[in-house]
Design a protein around this ligand. Sequence first.
Ligand code: C5P
Length: 235
Amino acid sequence: MTAKINDLRDRMIVALDVPTIWDAYRIVSELGDGATFYKIGYRLAFAGGLDLSRQLISEGKKVFLDLKLHDIGNTVTEGVDSLTKLGVTFLTVHAYPQTMRGAVEGRADSDLKLLAVTALTSYDDGDLRDAGYGLAVRDLVRLRAQQARSAGIDGIVCSAAETEIVRDIIGPDMVIVTPGIRPAGSAAGDQKRTLTPGEAIRVGADHLVIGRPIIRAADPRAAAAAIMDEIAAAS
Ligand code: C5P
């Protein structure tokens, strides 16, 4: 196992993609000690999710706040400074150099780890052209991974399929967090390029974000346990 992670269970991050904090609590209590790390995105963050983060942390869980911040450097610095007081483990920012430098300044010497989003996985080369970029997705991912490293960012969020390319650029010390994970036999849903938990660990991911295969399973606790077994076998 990588030296960056003390508890193997922390490699699995369960995405709490549900509308209310009550739905979230139901999942957290069903999973019990079968999950240690939860991701809270826009939907829940804007519906009581910041207070939920505090609560989960007070119960010994870790929280990944997926807020994908992006603004002028000074505003990002101040926002990140506020978030350091929440006690969350991971926070996402978009991988624009000024945004990343602002976030690193706001994080200062706190324990918060910053993750940069290089290029949204829903974007293809045509979407980037529409947005005024002259780079292909793959080249933008490489450029921004390099810039994240130079800025002092702690890790990268990328699709499981990009993990090897990103690892080559950022080296062994930064973390890689990948969504788009599907245990063999589970429905892909809207995810297009998926890897199994074992494959993702073997290509170099440190943490896997997993939503529907756990939270929509008939037996979430059993689904999480099976995924953990696969992670453990590949670690
Ligand atoms: O349900 P599923 O396992 O597909 O959930 C994956 C989670 O990871 C969701 O919260 C989704 O928003 C997030 N995510 C993703 N692809 C990205 C970035 C984040 O699926 N590129």
